[in-house]
Design a protein around this ligand. Structure first.
Ligand SMILES: Nc1ncnc2c1ncn2[C@@H]1O[C@H](COP(=O)(O)OP(=O)(O)OP(=O)(O)O)[C@@H](O)[C@H]1O
Length: 237
């Protein structure tokens, strides 16, 4: 289970997160939605132990990420698809990742297949990859250790329609096998199709949370999202 308990984060004058609380249960895909600058990446970075909360606690399986035993085997993260070394091939990236986790090389090969990077693509340097290929590699990196929790920041960015459909099926099957999946996105229609729960955030605050059906309410998620973020903007003026 992933849990945010009244997490706040302040960067000098900017209150990026303001008492954010929500839960992602095993077996669910939770979409984390918010306009630019809402605080999504900050929240995911705090959860993955890359940034320290000013107050409150973000935990995975009841503990802060950095206190988990071998976190890479328990939690998969994709926070920046551009973060891989551009001179390494996709196969090298996953082989090194597998070695760091104490996994056999064969796991890197299995994962390349799982994310649909062909033999030819996996032998090319990552610097020459398209954004969609980097996302596939990043998702593969997150899945190497067969984690039971996944934290993905904008994983659909750059994926083509087939790629988005592939990701939807993959995340659904991971959740169905018991994984807790948290993904941030701007793509409301995508989230509507992938997620079963949604958390909407604006200006660092949770504006609404619930199932896709509850928040869509017949009008669709997009309208709910636009109404809530406009209200949050008005009250901040
Ligand atoms: N390192 C930092 N130093 C100062 N301010 C920051 C820093 N990182 C983020 N912020 C600020 O915190 C707020 C939230 O930013 P964040 O990147 O978390 O939003 P986001 O919802 O992920 O946005 P986007 O959808 O554009 O990626 C913004 O006002 C941003 O300018």
């Amino acid at each position: 289970m992933i849990e945010f308990d009244r997490v706040s984060k302040t960067y000098k004058q900017v209150r990026a997160l303001d008492e954010v609380s929500f839960t992602v249960r095993e077996g669910s895909v939770t979409g984390f939605l918010g306009p630019n600058g809402a605080g999504k990446s900050t929240a995911l970075r705090v959860l993955a132990g890359l940034s320290r909360a000013t107050s409150g606690a973000a935990t995975v399986f009841g503990r802060p990420y950095v206190e988990l035993e071998c976190p890479g085997l328990q939690v998969g993260t994709l926070l920046d698809a551009g973060a891989q070394h551009p001179g390494r091939t996709g196969r090298e990236v996953l082989t090194l990742g597998a070695m760091l986790l104490g996994l056999p090389r064969s796991r890197a090969e299995e994962t390349l297949e799982l994310v649909g990077l062909t033999g030819r693509e996996s032998g090319r340097a990552v610097g020459g990859y398209s954004l969609g290929m980097r996302q596939r590699l990043g998702i593969g990196h997150a899945l190497l250790g067969r984690p039971k929790a996944l934290i993905l920041d904008e994983p659909a960015n750059g994926l083509d329609p087939q790629g988005i459909q592939w990701m939807r099926t993959l995340l659904r099957s991971l959740a169905d096998s018991g994984c807790a999946v948290l993904l941030s996105s701007h793509l409301l229609h995508e989230v509507e199709q992938i997620a079963d729960h949604v958390v909407m955030i604006g200006r660092g605050r949770v504006l609404a949370q619930g199932t896709v059906a509850e928040l869509g309410g017949g009008r669709g998620l997009e309208q709910t999202f636009l109404d809530l973020t406009a209200t949050a903007d008005r009250s901040a003026r």
